[in-house]
Design a binder for this molecule. Structure first.
Ligand code: 13P
Length: 391
């Protein structure tokens, strides 16, 4: 088991004042012994490292299916379906029972309802995933609310009761977790919002690890805004610096986490679009400056990019060696064509599953740096950015 030894900080040697100042003066003081106890990583350390490694395995990435019931309802509404538990189950069943999915997908992030759900023929979704050697994961944050004292920004709730929820999710078969908070560039971001986002992520990560779940750390820097790519780089560097500061302060084991960053791109309303090569250059610059090589995997979100854009950008980032596994954890960029193909009709399930395999395979190739855009459909090239998108 790993153990970390902390040394007393310099602030513990305090120079004195008054008649006995000589006793404590920096030159003559006999340092007081401070009892320092080792801080031990939790009992799950080895398992966390193994879990993270298996998710970050070559040619594989994460399928994010963790839409809240409200957001899943929006997806269903886009193909004229009602937001009922039965319809959500039908959609999740289509995705999670796709034969052969495990060749490209190493983990699936679920919403709580799905973690406890079964397919219509009575097989737990968790077991459907394990059959394909896909690790089940769980969204554990409780969503965003306004952050008082900020510039109309938000903060992410969910720390209360998180330890016992994580312990329950582990028993149910989850082995990793996700917590998504957001940072808005047009709103500042304010120092308060960045600090709150970073601190919340770090507390969550420590609690998840303590209960056997590999935390995915996701401070999403929203695409909203007309700012340049340089501005995004600046903000991303600031955010990740704070995130790693607090992760370290909370004694999070870096070998047992995964990151889910936004790619460094210009704002969605910026006058010029950036090429995949430029996006890769800026994103890797930011990651190399901020992310220690101990972290096993970087699993990008798609954030409203089109399916093809998200794949091209990932491919561009894998044209040379990186210190970490650079891969995907897409929701919209894996599901869009699938949903359009399915249309809620049982006779389309096979075709929709095939569409999922096409996207998963494309991103698997992009993880290996071997993707080509040839043969992609017009649907897959349509952007999905929505102003003020909530997940
Ligand atoms: P998108 O890929 O749709 O941005 O989803 C990100 C996410 O956090 C899902 O877990």
């Amino acid at each position: 088991m790993a153990s970390l030894q902390l040394t007393a900080s310099s602030s513990q040697w305090i120079a004195g004042k008054g008649p006995f100042a000589w006793r404590n003066s920096p030159r003559t003081a006999v340092p007081r012994r401070v009892a320092v106890r080792p801080i031990r990583a939790g009992s799950y350390t080895d398992e966390l490292v193994q879990t993270a490694k298996s998710i970050a395995s070559p040619g594989r990435g994460i399928l994010a299916v963790d839409e809240s019931n409200a957001t899943c309802g929006k997806r269903l509404a886009s193909i004229g379906m009602e937001n009922t538990e039965e319809n959500r189950q039908a959609y999740r069943q289509l995705l999670l029972t796709t034969p052969g999915l495990g060749a490209y997908i190493s983990g699936a992030i679920l919403f709580e309802e799905t973690l406890y759900q079964s397919s219509t023929d009575g097989k737990k979704f968790v077991d459907c995933l394990l059959h394909e050697k896909i690790m089940p994961g769980i969204k554990v944050d409780k969503g965003l609310v306004p952050l008082p004292g900020s510039n109309n920004e938000s903060w992410c709730q969910g720390l209360d009761g998180l330890a016992s929820r994580c312990a329950e999710y582990y028993k149910q078969g989850a082995r990793f977790a996700k917590w998504r908070t957001v940072v808005s560039i047009p709103s500042g971001p304010s120092a308060l919002a960045v600090k709150e986002a970073a601190w919340g992520l770090a507390r969550y990560a420590a609690i998840a690890q303590d209960n056997g779940l590999v935390p995915i750390v996701e401070p999403e820097i929203l695409l909203d805004g007309d700012h340049s790519i340089e501005r995004t780089l600046q903000v991303a560097e600031k955010v990740w610096a704070e995130v790693f500061f607090y992760l370290a302060e909370n004694n999070v084991v870096f070998e047992g986490i995964l990151l889910k960053p936004s790619m460094v791109t210009p704002g969605a309303e910026h006058k010029e679009k950036a090429s995949p090569e430029t996006i890769a250059k800026y994103t890797l610059k930011m990651l190399n400056r901020r992310v220690p090589p101990a972290v096993p995997g970087i699993m990008f979100l798609s954030g409203g990019q089109s399916e093809v854009e998200a794949t091209l950008n990932l491919n561009a980032m894998n044209q040379g060696p990186n210190p970490w596994h650079v891969s995907f954890s897409y929701a919209r960029a894996l599901q869009n064509t699938v949903l359009k193909t399915w249309q809620g009709r049982p006779e389309n399930i096979g075709a929709a599953q095939k569409a999922l395999l096409v996207r998963a395979n494309a991103n698997s190739l992009a993880q290996l740096g071997r993707y080509s855009e040839e043969g992609e459909t017009e649907e897959a090239k349509k952007g999905m950015f929505q102003k003020g998108y909530t997940y």
